[in-house]
Design a protein around this ligand. Structure first.
Ligand SMILES: [Zn+2]
Ligand SMILES: [Zn+2]
Length: 326
């Protein structure tokens, strides 16, 4: 695949995986996305979150002969992490899994894996497999930026350092090489409003100028602060948490840390994004309910001047095993 930035969705459900005849269209796996870009080295994969969708993602990568994976975690909640336990890569000797994630309360990616893979929760202790992992804690969301180059590899740089280099027109140090930012995937971060420290990733593919923003596990508790609008501004595609209908949110689920179709639609309009995908579907939502959430978002932009036809072209509901061109 590739030739331009694409997102492949392996899991789009929130909270807990579901299965059954009511979920056939959108699927029931929890969050996992694969990012396709020519900035990612051949033979490697870049993944956002490892919910239950990661199990199938990992199987597909093995079939494609890809054994080196970089995973950027939004946060440590089980619907974003539990797919790692059964992922084939964990048990294949030649695999390398680079795990990036928040370090908070003394718990970073290494401790997260330790807590997931231990008795009595799971028979395989992380100590037996962690030599196939590299752990990269992110301590201060928003102060670091992740850069991926197709040949030089990847790095986490302080934002101020990148700004200095950019202002002076200098090359970026990645490993032992110096590279042009124009050849990189640049991934900046924003702290969402959620019960746990959670990262939203903004991915800029510099060679094409395409921008993708993944904003999951985010609640409308502070409206549309300037830093959020800046983070999402002019994205070619925003995929955002629309777990609850506005009605269910107002009656029951406010404070749970998740969004609504109307909030996502308003953010999409204010930030001047080109496309909006709804995700983190409620486990209580059957396929028809997700169509209703989608209609809710499309009706909202209709009230703000967008034709129904345009709304249907620009706003969609993500499904498992979807491929979306950014
Ligand atoms: Zn979640
Ligand atoms: Zn969460």
């Amino acid at each position: 695949m590739s030739n331009g930035l694409k997102v492949e969705t392996y899991g789009t459900r929130g909270s807990i995986a579901v299965a059954g005849s009511a979920y056939l269209e959108f699927g029931g796996n929890t969050t996992c996305l694969r990012i396709h870009s020519d900035c990612i080295p051949a033979g490697e994969a870049l993944i956002l979150d490892m919910g239950t969708g990661f199990y199938q993602c990992s199987r597909n990568l093995v079939n494609d002969g890809i054994f080196t994976i970089t995973i950027l975690l939004t946060h440590g909640h089980t619907d974003h992490t539990e797919g790692i336990k059964m992922a084939p890569h964990v048990y294949i000797p030649k695999s390398l899994i680079r795990l990036y994630g928040v370090k908070e309360h003394g718990c970073g990616p290494r401790e997260l894996l330790r807590d997931i893979m231990k008795e009595p929760h799971f028979p395989v202790h992380s100590a037996r497999v962690q030599h196939r992992f590299e752990f990269y804690p992110i301590e201060h969301i928003g102060t670091e930026v992740f850069l991926q180059h197709p040949k030089a590899g990847r790095t986490l740089l302080p934002v101020y350092k990148l700004e200095e280099l950019r202002a002076e027109g200098r090359q970026i140090p990645i490993g032992k090489k110096r590279v042009d930012l124009s050849e990189c995937l640049e991934i900046s971060m924003y702290k969402t409003r959620h019960p746990e420290y959670t990262i939203s990733y903004r991915i800029t593919e510099h060679p094409t100028g395409k921008v993708f923003v993944f904003l999951t596990d985010h609640e409308n508790t502070e409206g549309f602060p300037k830093d959020l609008l800046g983070h999402v501004s002019n994205a070619d595609m925003l995929i955002a948490d629309a777990q609850y209908s506005e009605e269910r949110y107002l009656n029951m689920t406010s404070g749970f840390g998740h969004g609504t179709p109307q909030y996502c639609a308003e953010l999409f309009l204010r930030a001047n994004a080109s496309k909006l995908g709804l995700t983190h579907h409620d486990p209580l939502a059957c396929d028809a309910d997700i169509h209703a959430r989608l209609a809710e978002a499309q009706a909202y932009v209709g009230k703000h001047g967008m034709t129904q036809q345009e709304a249907e072209q620009r706003i969609f509901a993500c499904r498992d095993y979807g491929v979306y061109e950014v």
